[in-house]
Structures are given as structure tokens and as C-alpha cells.
Design a protein around this ligand. Structure first.
Ligand code: MG
Length: 253
């Protein structure tokens, strides 16, 4: 079932998303060689809990043990933070975080270079960020999910990279994952019609090599099948009469 949200509900989702945006900005300033993914997770949890009423949304979700998903290099998504996983110069780390606030959810992700990225890694990050931007631009009232999917896929493939098929974006609101699914590949003019009040998380996962993935023995971490790099960017977006509103874009002040 697809739920459309009114202005009051969207304002509440936006409030949760703003905590997410502030966590990500806080962490972006702290990613450097020698920091562990476990450090990032602890800092994120403390940051979220300092905000009255806010809680980490991923911790305990489907049994996930942490506040963040931290996915380094060939890890695509759902990496588990640990004190042992120290970031090194030249790594890229995807940080995905969800927050629950007053019964509503926000969700966003960024992939951050540790120190100076390789030219290939930089291109991958730029292409994935651009794909998310193109997907958001396609999220207009009256358009369809396939318009978002196709915009993302075309942007990624034009850059010579490939889109992960098995994992998708999603509706979000009073649950962290709702209908509809938002695939990162597909065709224009297909899928659910976008109406004002629909709130979705758009999240391209992009591999530098082939699109294949596999799951590690921890039953969580998804990695590229060929060992190539992978990047992930995500925003929570509301469809409004005037177009897409990016609820998880950081608002100053
Ligand atoms: Mg998500």
C-alpha cells in the first residue's frame, strides 16, 4: 500500500531528515585515515541521541546491530561498523544513516573519500552523486517511478559504470521501508505514478565494474562480485505540486 502524506506529516519527516543531514555533515568532518568505522558509529549514535526524541532507526531493524551502515571500497551497502576496521588513505566509505523522530523516519547516505581519492574513485563518486541528482529531477508530480529509474541508469551507464539491480530505494514515512520500491534501473513511462504527498528514498548504488553483488558470511555486508569499488548516495525526497523537495538536504540555521 502506498501512503500519501499531508503537509504536517511531510514536515515531520523533514524534521527526522534534518537530524540525518546534520549527522552526515558531522561525520564528513571526521572521516580521516586511522578513524575506524566503529568510531563513526559511536559518534553518530551519540549525536543522534543528543537530539531530543531522536533515535537511530537502523539499530535493531531486521536485527542490524548498529546506528550506521558503513561500507568501504568494494562493499556496496549494509557493512557493519567495527573498531577493527580502520579507514586508510585512498579508501572510500559509504555512510548510510536513518533516524526516527516523533514516529517519522528520515534516511540518507553519502560516500566519502578518505584523504585523496584515486581518479577512478573520484569519477565513481561524481557519477553516483549526479545519478542521484538526475533521479531527483525526474521525481515530478505526474511522472512515474520508471522515469526516476531510467534517469539514474542512463547517468551511471553514460559514465561507464553499472547499477546494482538487487537493491532499491523505497517509500518512507511512519516505517523506514514502505512501498513503492524505487529501482535504480528501468524504463521511462513505467511503474507507480508519482503524486504530491509521496515520500521516497532515492538511493543509487553504483559499481565501478560489473553490476553483480554477493553477501558476505556475516549475512549483512553486500560486496561487488568482481571486487571493484562501489558508491552509494541517498536522499529522502517528497513529491510536491511544485516538484521534488529534498527533505534530507541540510538546512542551515
Ligand atoms: Mg534507504
Amino acid at each position: 500500500m502506498i501512503t500519501l502524506r499531508n503537509r504536517t506529516e511531510i514536515a515531520r519527516i523533514r524534521a527526522a531528515c534534518q537530524v540525518v543531514a546534520r549527522v552526515l555533515r558531522f561525520l564528513e568532518g571526521r572521516v580521516e585515515p586511522g578513524v575506524s568505522t566503529g568510531d563513526l558509529d559511536r559518534w553518530a549514535e551519540e549525536f543522534i541521541l543528543r537530539h531530543p526524541g531522536a533515535e537511530p532507526a537502523f539499530k535493531g531493524l531486521y536485527g542490524f546491530p548498529c546506528t550506521l551502515c558503513t561500507s568501504v571500497n568494494e562493499e556496496v551497502v549494509h557493512g557493519i561498523p567495527t573498531a577493527e576496521r580502520e579507514l586508510r588513505e585512498g579508501d572510500i566509505v559509504s555512510i548510510d544513516v536513518g533516524v526516527r523522530l516523533d514516529g517519522y523516519y528520515g534516511d540518507a547516505a553519502v560516500t566519502i573519500p578518505v584523504g585523496e581519492p584515486s581518479p577512478r574513485a573520484r569519477q565513481l563518486l561524481e557519477a553516483t552523486k549526479l545519478a542521484l541528482q538526475r533521479g531527483i529531477e525526474a521525481a515530478q508530480p505526474g511522472a512515474q517511478i520508471g522515469d526516476i529509474s531510467a534517469a539514474i541508469q542512463e547517468t551511471v551507464e553514460a559514465a561507464g559504470f553499472s547499477v546494482v539491480r538487487e537493491l532499491v530505494g523505497h517509500g518512507i514515512g511512519t516505517r523506514p521501508h514502505e512501498e513503492p520500491q524505487v529501482p535504480n534501473y528501468g524504463r521511462r513511462g513505467q511503474g507507480v505514478r508519482l503524486r504530491a504527498g509521496l515520500v521516497i528514498a532515492i538511493e543509487p548504488m553504483v559499481n565501478a565494474g560489473g553490476h553483480g553483488i554477493r553477501t558476505l558470511d556475516d549475512d549483512w555486508t553486500i560486496v561487488t562480485a568482481d571486487g571493484g569499488l562501489s558508491a552509494h548516495f541517498e536522499h529522502t525526497v517528497a513529491i510536491t505540486e511544485r516538484g521534488a523537495a529534498v527533505l534530507s538536504a541540510l538546512e542551515e540555521g
